[in-house]
Write a protein that binds this ligand. Sequence first.
Ligand code: UDP
Length: 336
Amino acid sequence: MTARKQILVTGGAGYIGSHMVLALLDAGETPVVLDNLSTGTRLAVPADVPFYEGDCGDPSLVESIIRERDIDTIIHFAASIVVPVSVADPLAYYENNTVKSRSLIERAVRAGVSTFIFSSTAAVYGNPESVPVREDSLTSPINPYGRSKLMTEWMLSDTAHARPLKYFALRYFNVAGADPAGRSGQSSPDATHLIKVAVQAATGKRSGMDVFGTDYPTPDGSCVRDYVHVSDLAQAHLDALRHLRGGGESAVSNIGYGHGFSVLEVIEAVKKESGVDFEVRLKDRRSGDPAVLVASNERAQSLLKWTPRYDSLPVIIRDALAWERKLSERLSAGRT
Ligand code: UDP
């Protein structure tokens, strides 16, 4: 019997990547992690999972991992993900997200990797013409982050036409929460994403928080987003893998629940779930933010048979809070 082919997870020590590694292990797959630990942490990867510290844009390292581990699938998470930073430093985003992805895809093709799953983003739509936004909507990103990811989608699509590589790009809406079993979560102290920031405020790690913009054309003036539980997101990648392995075509799909919450609603929900009334400061808009982003998830349900299990804002917040409290315990025990 030949050994089961292994799956390379770039960015597997990061927030979403570490949940993917757990989901792969739970599904009986064999993940291998490549991460440069720029934002991820070694602790996020189970000790028995092969781990390579390095860059997904390093061609010789990637080539040797593919050969050494007999990789036939790459799930590519390693990226920079903060919209306002991409506005301030676009070339860093094009380098880290676009240029390095090009190198990774090239190595994959040369080494005969058959399957590539890509972590894309709802930011490729920019300010969508209508919501819920469908995959065939115009892609017109309004920030370098979205453009850096859309270019990678294009590279994959063009490559899949020319070479024997199949790909699936998942356009994530707003990913939040933590492993319900408490094995992983969002660990970066410098995270900027709304729910993480709010649970840090609720657990006293920051003194209150800011709301960026209350004059958007939305019911309460703050931005509306479709928050998706990280474990449901990881499951979508397993579904995409099954789809491609079963002979399915390369495709793109949104991953979101199809309904949104405003920034102010999210903050209220975090206060309710935590029982802590932290300070909230109303500020000006942050650059690069569209007013409303909500997914149509018809394609994920029909093509991938994606069946979310945690479609509940209180559950997402509960899991995020539980993880934040665990991080506090680790910190006071001196383990980071
Ligand atoms: N946001 C906020 N305060 C924060 C962090 C985020 O008001 O401390 C807002 C942000 O302006 C956006 C929404 O929350 O309208 C979601 O932002 P996030 O950075 O979580 O994700 P993005 O949608 O940019 O990927």
